[in-house]
Design a protein. Structure first.
Length: 398
């Protein structure tokens, strides 16, 4: 458990900032990442823009921090961007960034049907073959790599109307709906100086929405979130709701409901780079809390480390070095899963696994070996699961 702003979150943001300025284009563009960095890391990004320096710097990072943390983070970011875009194209209208760190997805648009024509500088997802940004729900442009493991969630049985919530769905936790003019629930801070989104007042044009009427919630450890809000300053996207929470202590359901989360809207949860810092009980409680809150057809995207790294039952190249590095930062890995057990583990908690792949497997498709052979991890995995009963096609679930 951490008691100060996360350093590993800064490392991931550094890797994304470097990918954004990669000469010739990277796997995505994340312009706000640089702003979210401490000064010393911003200097590294500036240095990388000098002719010839980027390549050498990235190679140095990959040698110095072995095991592939940089390229694994970059690949998972791209993959999750694609999965997010796919869910948004399928009608999801809420995004929860759980353990958001310095992930800027709420503040940079990820390509959706409504902004598929936008320039790459506006959108997070850039085809690995170059060219204009595209929606993962649409055909990729010629020359672009096909999205990895993307299973479009179309044919929605859970209609996302963007309209007023059915009567009776109100935030609990004591907070009156902001549309009534009452104060926002304690601890919940919408950016832009407004009130938290009301479950009764959310509309596609409401302040909490952008990029096609999508509400974003950032849940994170209070210390990391305070740092992020300070660094973002006025660049925080208006309407994004910041809800501080310690996932080892707080009741996520109560936190989200107090933040104005609408249980009637299909939701995408992104829990990226976080489970490995928690424990059995808090991962279990978080998953159960999400399933109780999110309607059928909602998606939970998460990463995990192979438990073999922690209990010594498996050996992976570079895993010990990577783990040593995060331990030195005061953020040791404390949780992992056995990939063979993940389908059953999720089923017991009301979720159906649809994808689960290592960052190395993702890299094989996203980083064509001829152009970029970069170290990624076999033990660091990215998974996607759905809350069954809505749009889920049983043939997609295992
Ligand atoms: C490696 S960072 C990943 C951040 C972000 N998801 C990303 O991919 O850039 C780990 C994140 O987990 C968060 N975290 C760790 N322990 C936590 C806890 N007990 N409760 C809430 N968040 C926690 C940290 O604050 C940090 O933001």
């Amino acid at each position: 458990m951490i008691d100060r702003s996360s350093r590993t979150a800064e490392h991931v943001a550094l890797f994304r900032a470097l990918e954004t300025v990669r000469p010739g284009g990277g796997l995505f563009r994340d312009p706000p990442a640089r702003r979210l960095l401490p000064r010393r890391h911003r200097a590294v990004v500036a240095l990388s823009r000098l002719p010839g320096v980027h390549d050498a710097l990235v190679r140095y990072i990959d040698r110095r921090w072995s095991g592939g943390p940089r390229a694994s983070a970059v690949v998972r970011t791209r993959l999750i961007d694609e999965w997010l875009a796919s869910s948004l194209a399928g009608g999801a209208r809420q995004v929860v960034l759980l353990g958001a760190g310095f992930d800027s997805r709420a503040h940079r648009a990820v390509a959706t049907p409504s902004n598929a024509g936008a320039s790459p500088s506006d959108c997070g997802v850039v085809p690995s073959g170059g060219g204009a940004a595209f929606s993962a729900g649409a055909a990729a442009p010629a020359g672009a790599a096909a999205p990895v493991g993307v299973v479009p969630s179309g044919g929605g049985a859970v209609p996302s109307t963007g309209a007023a919530t059915p009567a009776g769905v109100v935030p609990s936790g004591g907070g009156a709906a902001p549309s009534t003019g009452a104060a926002a629930p304690v601890g919940v801070v919408p950016s832009g100086g407004g009130v938290a989104p009301s479950t009764g007042a959310v509309t596609p044009t409401g302040a909490a929405h952008f990029g096609g009427g999508v509400a974003y919630f950032e849940v994170d450890h209070p210390a990391t979130q305070a740092t992020k809000r300070r660094r973002l300053g006025r660049d925080a996207r208006p309407g994004v709701v910041f809800a501080p929470a310690d996932l080892t202590v707080d009741d996520l359901g109560a936190v989200l409901r107090a933040a104005g989360f609408d249980p009637a809207l299909r939701t995408v949860v992104i829990w990226e780079g976080v489970t490995n810092y928690l424990d059995d009980a808090s991962v279990d409680a978080t998953l159960r809390g999400l399933v109780a809150l999110c309607p059928p057809g909602s998606t939970v995207i998460f990463t995990y480390v192979d438990r073999g790294v922690l209990d010594g039952t498996a050996t992976f190249a570079g895993a010990a070095e990577w783990h040593d590095a995060v331990r030195r930062e005061g953020e040791p890995w404390t949780f992992g899963l056995d990939p063979a057990e993940v389908p059953g583990y999720l089923r017991e908690r009301g979720l159906a696994l649809t994808e689960d792949l290592s960052t190395r497997a993702a890299a094989q498709q996203l980083l064509p070996a001829s152009r970029r052979a970069e170290p990624t991890a076999e033990f660091y995995r990215v998974a996607r699961a759905v809350v069954p009963g809505g749009t889920t096609d049983p043939t997609e679930v295992r």
